[in-house]
Design a protein around this ligand. Structure first.
Ligand SMILES: C[S@@+](CC[C@H](N)C(=O)[O-])C[C@H]1O[C@@H](n2cnc3c(N)ncnc32)[C@H](O)[C@@H]1O
Length: 161
């Protein structure tokens, strides 16, 4: 099945290129950004201001060619694409949990951004711990690598120039 989505807005950030961008929202930078929601979707923001965190789903428009096994940022060994979070994947969908700072008209100010400037936004959902948090989690190959998170930046390996 072929599926077509339309962007609902753009994510704006200071990251014009992949190099130097945090590799996840929880890397220590707390980078700021904003969502410029298309005016036609503004009514959908009703009641969102009461949430502290948002789940953003977006199209990684600068993703490089998809491969099914790649070396991730955190380990110098290849892993299957579905066991890592690289943008260059069969469907280049990115997912980030960001902090909501404030909403002004159709602009949503956010923090903890690991997203390139002008990334097309597909959807916004409220982050709800009771829905989204899990206990007794296993994190596979990342177990022995995840402590590197705050010291790592994107080196551009998964992104087109
Ligand atoms: C490892 S990916 C993780 C993205 C998201 N948090 C996820 O888990 O799906 C993070 C990198 O994606 C890159 N990136 C962000 N927006 C992108 C876009 N629109 N196109 C291609 N790469 C992008 C950034 O350089 C960032 O360092």
């Amino acid at each position: 099945m072929e599926i077509t989505y339309k962007e609902i807005g753009k994510i704006r950030s200071n990251f014009k290129e992949a190099e130097g961008t945090p590799i996840q929202p929880t890397a220590k930078d707390s980078a700021k950004g904003r969502i410029e929601l298309l005016a036609e979707y503004k009514q959908g923001l009703k009641d969102l201001a009461g949430f502290s965190h948002l789940i953003l789903l977006y199209h990684c428009h600068k993703a490089g060619k998809a491969a099914l096994t790649v070396k991730p940022f955190m380990e110098d060994k290849p892993h299957g694409i579905f066991s890592i979070r690289a943008p260059s994947r069969p469907n280049s969908i990115g997912l980030s949990v960001v902090q909501l700072e404030k909403i002004e008209d159709n602009i949503i100010y956010i923090k903890d951004v690991d997203i390139l400037d002008k990334t097309p936004l597909l959807d916004i959902k409220p982050y709800v711990p009771e829905f989204d948090r899990r206990e007794n989690v296993k994190i596979g190959w990342l177990e022995k690598n995840v402590a590197k998170l705050s010291s790592m930046k994107d080196d551009g390996r998964f992104t087109d120039k």
